[in-house]
Each structure stands twice: as C-alpha cells, then as structure tokens.
Design a protein. Structure first.
Length: 237
C-alpha cells in the first residue's frame, strides 16, 4: 500500500487548471470518454491520502529514467508543470500497460495538433486532481514517442494497479479507427526498449482492459487485436 496516492476525491476546481469553467466541463466530458473507466479511474488507493500524506512532497526513491533518444520532450507539449505532491514515487517496474486515448478519432501527424491533443489529456487528468498526465509515454500517429509523466513517478492509468506499471498510450480511438502502421511499429519497438531496460517479461505486458477489475474497452478492439496477435507470435521479446 502506498502512503499517498493521487487524489480522486479532492475538490475539482477548473481554476486550478488555469481553465475557465466551461472549458473545464468540456475537458471533463472528454476525459470521461477517454481510456479510463467512467468513474474513479486511473490511480490506486484513493482513501486516507490526506491523513497519511507527508508534510513534504514525496521524494522519488527510484530514478529509473535514462534518456530515451528521439523522444519528444515533455516541454514541447505541456503547458503546465507536474505537481509532485500529488504523485507517488515509482517503485521497481514490473508491468507495461497499453492504452488508447479513446477520445474522438485522431488521424493527423501534425506536431502542433498532436501537442494539443496530449495537452488536452493532461488537462483532463489534472482536472481529476492527478499530478500530471497519467501515462509515461505517448505514441502519435506517425510513430513519434512523446515523453509523458516522468518515470520517476508512478503513473495514473490503471485503477488499483499503478504500482510499478509503465503506461503507454497510443493517440486515437481504436474502437472506431485503426492504429497506423507507424504507430504500431513504434509501440512494438518502444515496448521492447522498456522491457529490456527493466527486465520485464512478455507475460507482464497487458492492455488496460486485461487488468482485473478494469471496466473499459481500452485500448479499443483494433489495438487489442494487435497486442493479442503480437503476443501469440512472441513479437514482444
Ligand atoms: Zn486505458
């Protein structure tokens, strides 16, 4: 059990995201349609964090984040800083979980539009009271990999199963569209990099919907199919 976790129940205030109320409501609606389950999603323990939270923000105890060459830096897309006191330090990494963003279909490779899409996700997650975007990596339509939440922090992407779990999200809604070839290649390649780095076996690569208790279609039937096939062919190695 973690002494602290990202709050799911603290007051939600649009002003905390720097957004107007209407924009905030719109973002919340989008967030509900995203990969996370409709309620109470993304993080682990949601109780008692206030009472047990340390006075000082938690310090990362694991620093497993080497540079990933070619990754688009967080500063290229984010309009806000992570809030350390709302996040838990990462513990030894054991899992990789694959997601889609589950919002409206997304087909462009344009850098600015992609950056906006990722920022929209971050805003949705911040609006839930989380410290940053919940995923560690984002893969766009042309196969670029964007840096999400720093790996020194536990992610917020699978309810009750975020400890030691790296979250990778592919942009798009794969219930209604297909992942691009470039996106799939990049996903496979990046999973292999992360597997090697943390010595994660293929049996510990999951999609969001495969977690016990997950009430979600994430990562959408078309990406799910790819992962199932890739695993059966032992493509992740
Ligand atoms: Zn998901």
């Amino acid at each position: 059990m973690n002494p602290v976790s990202e709050s799911l129940d603290q007051p939600v205030d649009g002003s905390s995201t720097g957004l107007g109320r209407r924009a905030f409501v719109a973002l919340s609606a989008l967030a509900l349609a995203s990969c996370a389950a409709p309620t109470n999603t993304g993080t682990g323990n949601s109780n008692a964090k206030t009472a047990l939270a340390p006075v000082n923000p938690p310090k990362p105890t694991v620093a497993p984040a080497p540079p990933f060459p070619g990754t688009v830096a967080r500063a290229r897309w984010s309009h806000g800083e992570p809030v350390a006191k709302l996040m838990n330090p990462m513990v030894p990494v054991k899992w990789i979980t694959i997601h889609h963003d589950g919002m409206t279909p997304f087909t462009t490779s344009d850098m600015a539009l992609t950056a906006s899409r990722i920022e929209l996700i971050r805003n949705g997650h911040r609006g839930k009271g989380w410290g940053d975007i919940g995923y560690h990596f984002i893969i766009d339509r042309s196969g670029r990999i964007w840096e999400g939440r720093a790996l020194k922090w536990q992610g917020a992407h699978v309810k009750d199963h975020n400890e030691g779990n790296i979250g990778i999200v592919c942009l798009g809604n794969f219930e209604v569209q297909s992942p691009s070839d470039a996106q799939l290649k990049a996903l496979e390649r990046h999973i292999e990099v992360v597997m090697r780095l943390y010595k994660i076996p293929a049996t510990r690569i999951k999609t969001h919907r495969e977690w016990v208790g997950a009430k979600t279609a994430c990562p959408g039937k078309n990406l799910q199919k790819f992962v199932v096939t890739a695993r059966s062919k032992r493509q992740f190695a």
